[in-house]
Design a protein around this ligand. Structure first.
Ligand code: XUL
Ligand code: MN
Length: 343
């Protein structure tokens, strides 16, 4: 049976256009409007940072957080929208200035672990068993500032604390090689899955692949997908695109390299991604120039491109391709792919 894909994005993906050099170019909209857009455009699920679900989380008591999380769950249930994952935002608070789990300050490491446990409690209330860890500041600006060896131990210690906190939670590590750090400690899927094997329950530690993050690591996102799936560990996905080794661009899926997008879709198809209920999430942002009336186009276009490439993947002449592989005629194979994509 062909997979019926289900689609997801986060509230941060309807962003107002600020960058480090200039202010927003669209008036920031509230959560209600974003949820309305998600529904109106036929997406199935939303992903949340802990403070997307419960704003100003650090200033609130647990009973208050619980009340707001339950209200959010009721509301999304009423709208028929699933919650895909929760991710602790461990890069904004003053306590995470030098990293969360790998901070040199033990008080700050405790903060990061406590906040992660709280995110797990929120995930439970929201009905998802996936906690995503984008390890934003777990790295260094200069390498002498931290010990790489100690940092691995600290990451394992933190993940172990999370696994012990809730027997059902699954942790999806989202690797990224740089930005905001010069060098991150967990830059690739290989690193994430190796780290999983040092934890107390490797079965519950998997990964999330973001196309742009793989490209920033100089890797082919389709290979990262195949690698993660070989371990049965691809539990979530952030499709987007990236124009080379620059800042993290979060461009619409297929925007820069349509052929790479085709290869990613093909990898997802051959591994049956989505058949166990996994969602296809787009971690994309609108171009800064986008007008308010076009504010959802980066998301709907990414889905349209994805579905177009699913068709391209299913109609690819696999027999002809196999014959060319057998004959080691990769020149003709290359052209077969190009002409298939040209249509
Ligand atoms: C950062 C990134 C994040 C994570 C969620 O580059 O991709 O949005 O996906 O914390
Ligand atoms: Mn992401």
């Amino acid at each position: 049976m062909p997979t019926q894909y289900r689609f997801c994005f986060g509230p941060w993906n309807i962003s107002p256009g600020q960058d480090p050099y200039g202010p927003p170019t669209r008036v920031e909209r509230g959560f209600d409007w974003k949820l309305e857009q998600l529904k109106k455009h036929g997406f199935d699920a939303m992903m949340f940072h802990d403070d997307d679900a419960v704003p100003d989380i650090d200033s609130k008591s647990w009973p208050q957080i619980q009340k707001e999380a339950k209200a959010l769950k009721k509301r999304l249930d009423g709208e028929g929208i699933a919650i895909e994952m929760v991710a602790p935002r461990l890069w904004f608070a003053p306590e995470t200035i030098d990293g969360g789990y790998t901070s040199n300050d033990p008080k700050h490491r405790r903060y990061a672990i406590e906040r992660s446990k709280r995110s797990i409690d929120i995930a439970k209330l929201l009905g998802t068993d996936i906690l995503v860890l984008w390890l934003a500041r777990e790295g260094t600006y200069i390498r002498e500032a931290k010990s790489g060896r100690k940092s691995v131990d600290l990451l394992v210690e933190a993940i172990d604390a999370m696994l012990a906190h809730d027997k059902r939670i699954r942790i999806s590590i989202e690797p990224k090689p740089n930005e905001p750090m010069d060098h991150a400690y967990i830059p690739t899927i290989g690193h994430a899955l190796a780290l999983a094997h040092l934890t107390r329950d490797p079965k519950r530690v998997g990964c999330l692949i973001e196309s742009a993050h793989a490209i920033l690591a100089g890797l082919d996102p389709a290979d990262e997908i195949d690698f993660a799936c070989a371990f049965g560990k691809l539990w979530s996905l952030h499709l987007n695109d990236q124009n080379g080794l620059k800042y993290d661009q979060d461009r619409p899926f297929g925007c820069t390299n349509l052929r790479s997008a085709f290869d990613q879709v093909r990898a997802l198809e051959r591994n049956g991604y989505g058949k166990k209920g996994e969602y296809v999430c787009f971690d994309v942002h609108p171009f800064r120039t986008t007008k308010e009336e076009h504010w959802m186009d980066h998301l709907t276009n990414s889905r349209r491109t994805f579905l177009g490439l699913v068709e391209k993947s299913r109609s690819f002449d696999e027999k002809a391709a196999a014959a060319l592989v057998k004959n080691r005629d990769y020149q003709a194979l290359d052209q077969l792919v190009i002409e298939h994509l040209l249509g």
